[in-house]
Design a protein around this ligand. Structure first.
Ligand SMILES: Cc1cc2nc3c(=O)[nH]c(=O)nc-3n(C[C@H](O)[C@H](O)[C@H](O)COP(=O)(O)OP(=O)(O)OC[C@H]3O[C@@H](n4cnc5c(N)ncnc54)[C@H](O)[C@@H]3O)c2cc1C
Length: 548
């Protein structure tokens, strides 16, 4: 007999069937500003598809049913194949059909970079694991473009909008994915420590064929059709294009040892591999392997900013939605003054992250010799990769807390978001490495740094809170040595906060820029959310953040 122990009340229905694009005002503004109005219809359709209950369920399944490694076939032959749940292929297909693997290169219309950033970050809000292979493939395009003969064979397959997951030689495929292999057991940040060896098979140097022996300790998306791999020849570290199948159609000797057991990013497979005389073709100059592959990393770092901005956005949307529907002490949480402080503070962070991502994307779109664009590309990108990723870790924990105990349960959306944030801070250059990279770029490109300081100056000129920070930043241009390394994270934070203040002043409503500056440049600001001073126009900020 059902005794009717209780009625279920005051619980929040999960957010679904909403348009991820149309509800994001800052993102839409950014796309239009970059000249992408003509691309908005497609973005809106993608936003609706991403926010549908069907896609959200697919994303959940892709993470619940983890990829499995099959090392041998039934007869004992090596196959080194990773099997995925159909949901993984579903999210990968969506991204490919949206052109999230090559858009700015294959369809370089006005606004293409901005539309790519919008699509990429929206996709990551819903399913972040699939960003990894798609981002690596995107980032290898500028590197491969410099190898005309090889690129000629690959271009159509890289630019294709059809998803082809078949495990067959790349010559037979309609579209391909390309990963990267640098990190070895003894070191990831310091790629110079790589020990994997490459011996020439036919002719040496750029374009030559090599046999590669060694290992990689992190080798994500091993089902990619090829990887760009760093290995050592007699003349130093070089970069190689290493396909899954040799040109004669036989399986290349890339042995997957095991899949990584990761804290998050579970839909995506990451592996450890050994190369047992694997076939590879040298790309870039011999002995210049690090600069060759670092060009790829420049683009993946931009994608990291997009990924973190997307996770921040999704966490904020989830938190505001929850707080608008859950009641405590006789009011909706979103009406409780202290909760409003938390929510609005997170909304400021999200707007700042979105504006940063769109500005960086513009710099990549306008790439060339212009010192200001170079500054955004070379100096601000690593700093933003550090800072936006760090903020996403803190913010996703805070957004989880808005859900109370329900937030900590793995059934809901917050656990996956939370677990996804730290990996963006770690891979493609961890936080410290990014701060040091920024310092190196400042000292190598003083003209670009000066252009950046000039760009920030008008915003700071009439604001006594910002002026000292700009002066300190200018000072780091004059200093060198270990004491500056010790302070590199401080400088990175200062740089990104000033850039964000400047972008918000120009592109966001005044109440957002004012509240951002009043908090982030307050001497007492500790980074914990919900510490905004009085006087913030909470209603306006929350309305813009989630106008639903
Ligand atoms: C899920 C996942 C997938 C990955 N996929 C790939 C992949 O597909 N291909 C690939 O090549 N790599 C991959 N990586 C590896 C990743 O890029 C490295 O883990 C990362 O670059 C750090 O290298 P490391 O782990 O060897 O740490 P270390 O290099 O040992 O660094 C440890 C810490 O020390 C800091 N540090 C290093 N040098 C300095 C310094 N001079 N001053 C101050 N601090 C310093 C770093 O910031 C870091 O916090 C993946 C990693 C993860 C977690």
């Amino acid at each position: 007999m059902n005794r009717g122990t209780h009625e279920v009340t005051n619980v929040v229905t999960e957010l679904q069937d909403y348009n991820v694009y149309l509800t994001d005002i800052a993102l839409r503004d950014g796309v239009r500003r970059a000249g992408g109005a003509a691309l908005e219809a497609e973005l809106s359709a993608y936003g609706a598809r991403l926010g549908s209950g069907e896609t959200l369920r697919m994303a959940e399944e892709a993470n619940h049913f983890k990829p499995e490694l099959h090392t041998f076939d039934r007869q004992g032959r090596r196959i080194d194949r990773v099997e995925f749940h159909p949901a993984w292929h579903g999210v990968m297909r969506m991204a490919r059909e949206q052109n999230l693997v090559s858009q700015p290169f294959s369809d370089p219309r006005p606004g293409a970079w901005a539309a790519y950033a919008a699509g990429f970050s929206m996709h990551g809000q819903v399913e972040a694991g699939s960003q990894c292979p798609n981002s690596m493939t995107f980032a290898c395009i500028p590197v491969l473009q410099k190898e005309p003969a090889l690129f000629e064979q690959l271009r159509d397959k890289l630019y294709s909008r059809t998803y082809d997951p078949r495990d067959i030689p790349l010559e037979q495929k309609t579209s391909i994915l390309v990963g990267m292999g640098m990190t070895e057991k003894q070191g990831g940040s310091d790629v110079r420590a790589n020990t994997t060896r490459a011996v020439p098979l036919s002719g040496d140097g750029r374009g030559g064929e090599y046999e590669i022996t060694g290992h990689k300790w992190f080798f994500s998306a091993p089902m990619c059709d090829a990887h760009l791999v760093v290995a050592r020849t007699e003349n130093g570290l070089s970069c190689f294009f290493v396909p899954r199948y040799r040109p004669d159609g036989s399986k290349n000797a890339i042995h997957i040892q095991r899949l990584k057991d990761k804290i998050g990013n579970r839909s995506n497979s990451s592996s450890e591999v050994e190369f047992d005389g694997a076939w590879g073709r040298m790309i870039g100059e011999e002995g210049r392997g690090i600069p060759t592959i670092i060009e790829m990393a420049t683009y993946t770092r931009l994608n990291c900013v997009m990924g973190s901005a997307g996770l921040i956005r999704q966490a904020v949307v989830q938190a505001i939605h929850y707080a608008r529907h859950r009641q405590a002490f006789g009011k909706h949480l979103a009406e409780q003054p202290l909760m409003r402080n938390v929510l609005v503070d997170m909304a400021l962070e999200s707007e700042a992250a979105t504006q940063t991502m769109m500005r960086l994307t513009q710099a990549f779109a306008l790439a060339g010799e212009d010192p200001l664009q170079r500054a955004y590309q070379r100096i601000v990108t690593p700093a933003a990769k550090l800072w936006v990723a760090k903020r996403s870790i803190e913010l996703s924990a805070e957004a989880m807390e808005v859900f109370g105990g329900n937030g900590y349960m793995d059934e809901g959306p917050m656990g996956r978001l939370y677990r996804e944030t730290p990996v963006i801070s770690i891979w493609e250059g961890s936080g410290n490495v990014m701060a040091l990279d920024m310092m190196r770029a400042i000292s190598r490109e003083p003209d670009a740094m000066r252009a950046l300081l000039d760009d920030l100056a008008p915003c700071c000129a009439d604001d006594a809170r910002l002026r000292p920070h700009l002066a300190q930043l200018a000072d780091c241009l004059r200093r060198a040595g270990d004491d500056v390394e010790f302070l590199a994270r401080r400088y990175a934070r200062q740089l990104v906060l000033l850039v964000q203040a400047r972008l918000l002043r120009e592109y966001a409503p005044a109440e957002i820029a004012d509240a951002f500056i009043a908090s982030r440049f307050d001497a007492q600001w500790g980074g914990v959310f919900g510490m905004l001073p009085e006087g913030v126009n909470v209603g306006a900020v929350l309305e813009r953040a989630w106008p639903v």
